[in-house]
Ligand binder design. Structure first.
Ligand SMILES: Nc1ncnc2c1ncn2[C@@H]1O[C@H](COP(=O)(O)OP(=O)(O)O)[C@@H](O)[C@H]1O
Ligand SMILES: [Mg+2]
Length: 148
């Protein structure tokens, strides 16, 4: 368990780094928090830390967005890696569990790519056991992020 307090948006990149380091090699992240808590904003900041350059311009369609990680062409160690992707789920509008299987949930979740899930409550018992929980609370204009 780890807690990070944020006073403003400018502290988000540092928080994103800490979250990634807390996670180690785990790649499934569940984001809990009410509407407006800052889940989407935090996910996009983490994506940026991971090398995504186009998260802002992706269309927000119903359940899952896909972002490409652009690794630096100057780095020999990353050159051979095939292009990586990150999956960002927003399950706010999910009506039932069948709907998540309709979009091929298992293919995403067992892909070994990063998966960031908003509103994981909707599929609570379908989540892999070794996911990272990220809770965001808003208190007196501060964001409190708890990791477990
Ligand atoms: N750490 C933060 N500090 C201040 N404002 C934030 C922070 N994170 C998000 N916000 C603001 O809160 C609003 C809602 O954020 P959003 O990420 O869409 O929430 P959610 O996805 O949880 O509904 C946005 O206007 C965003 O700029
Ligand atoms: Mg959101």
């Amino acid at each position: 368990m780890k807690t990070i307090s944020l006073k403003n948006l400018s502290e988000l990149p540092e928080a994103a780094k800490q979250i990634l380091s807390f996670a180690g090699d785990k790649k499934i992240f569940c984001f809990y928090g009410e509407l407006g808590a800052g889940k989407t904003t935090l996910i996009k900041t983490i994506c940026k830390e991971l090398g995504v350059t186009d998260a802002g311009s992706s269309p927000t369609f119903s359940l899952v967005n896909e972002y490409k990680i652009h690794s630096s062409p100057m780095s020999p160690s990353t050159r051979e890696k095939k292009e990586e992707v990150i999956f960002h789920f927003d399950l706010y509008r999910l009506k039932n569990e069948n709907e998540i299987f309709d979009i091929g949930y298992e293919d995403y979740i067992f892909s070994n790519n990063y998966c960031f899930i908003e509103w994981p409550e909707k599929i609570e018992h379908l989540l892999p056991h070794d996911h990272i929980k990220v809770r965001i609370e808003v208190k007196d204009n501060q964001r409190i992020i708890s990791l477990s």
